[in-house]
Write a new protein. Structure first.
Length: 337
């Protein structure tokens, strides 16, 4: 079995280390000495994971608990399990939050706007009223969050100068994280060839690191079901499979032959070069009795990239979201009709 610990590839798993976020973790720790911090970053940049590494003992998802009252109820449910919040107004619930706690407020911009404004104001004013409540708020955009709050005084005490911004991961950083997570969860030597392609897919995905972990897990499951002793590139492509193959019916014969050449070039490796593609294209043109025009082939290559059939990066050309072997079969079936 390749997959030795599936739970360590779950979205909820919190690994011991957070590769590539050491600097941000130090800044976050420094900010929390004053009791407040905001983590801002796109989807898949590790915001929630970084927040959970603060040691916070209360976690609230504000997207699922959209009102101020619901958020307060969830906080009290975790810090005072036997306390009944039934029938109590929000003002009273604020008074019941006592003791040393660090509250993680995930997807805070998911709250109803009016509730969010009042919640942020009240939270930031707690030291003046009773006692300080320590918190880490997680948002996709601190700029958007500031616009929703729309009050300079509230923003100043709630978040200003307490923001940790997470930039999207680079391909190299995604590789480093994948290697760490694969080492934790998969059999040694079973994943090395697959990681570069998974990193490429993640870089091209809105989900970024979240997508990378999902594909790593699903690729391992596919490989195990097929009885492989390691994750093959075709396992990765199947895990990331899209339904665009139906759209190849609209390609010209020249474009189909070029796509066939690319699929053949990528069958046993993550990336190929333009030179190899054109060499295979020339061979297939001869096989299908079509004139080989290199200039037209280069133009068609750009069309295939723009239409999403082929992916191009600084590392080369790749088929990332359909198994190359199946693509070869589909294209050949069309060409042989």
């Amino acid at each position: 079995m390749i997959l030795k610990d599936k739970k360590k590839l779950d979205i909820s798993y919190v690994p011991e280390k957070i590769p590539c976020r050491e600097k941000e973790k130090k800044r976050l720790s420094l900010l929390l000495e004053s009791g407040r911090a905001i983590i801002s970053g796109d989807v898949g940049t590790g915001k929630t994971l970084l927040a959970k590494h603060t040691g916070g003992d209360v976690y609230v998802n504000c997207y699922t608990n959209k009102s101020e009252h619901k958020v307060l109820e969830e906080i009290l449910r975790q810090i005072r399990p036997t306390f009944s919040t039934a029938g109590l107004a929000s003002q009273r619930l604020w008074q019941e939050i006592k003791g040393e706690h660090l509250i993680i407020l995930d997807e805070i911009e998911g709250m109803f706007p009016d509730d969010l404004r009042h919640f942020a104001y009240t939270l930031s004013r707690q030291p003046e009223i009773r006692e300080r409540i320590r918190y880490v708020a997680v948002t996709r955009s601190s700029f958007v969050l500031e616009q929703i709050i729309n009050d300079a005084a509230t923003w100043s005490t709630f978040a200003e100068k307490a923001i940790v911004t997470l930039k999207p991961y680079t391909w190299e950083q995604i590789m480093e994280i994948l290697e760490y997570r694969a080492n934790e969860s998969l059999k040694a030597g079973s994943y090395d060839d697959a990681l570069p392609l998974i990193a490429e897919i993640a870089l091209n995905s809105a989900g970024h690191m979240r997508s990378a972990i999902d594909i790593l897990r699903n690729s391992a499951i596919i490989a195990d079901r097929r009885g492989h002793d390691k994750i093959l590139l075709e396992d990765v492509r199947e895990a990331n499979q899209e339904s665009w193959v139906e759209e190849i019916d609209g390609l010209s014969k020249e474009q189909l032959i070029l796509l066939l050449a690319i699929a053949i070039s990528c069958k046993s490796k993550a990336y190929t070069t333009q030179e190899e593609i054109l060499n295979n294209y020339a061979l297939k043109c001869e096989e299908y009795e079509m004139e080989c025009n290199e200039k037209a082939a280069k133009k068609n290559l750009e069309i295939l990239i723009n239409q999403g059939f082929v992916y191009k990066s600084e590392r080369g050309y790749a088929i990332i979201d359909y198994p190359a072997e199946l693509l070869i079969e589909e294209v050949e079936n069309l060409l042989n009709k």
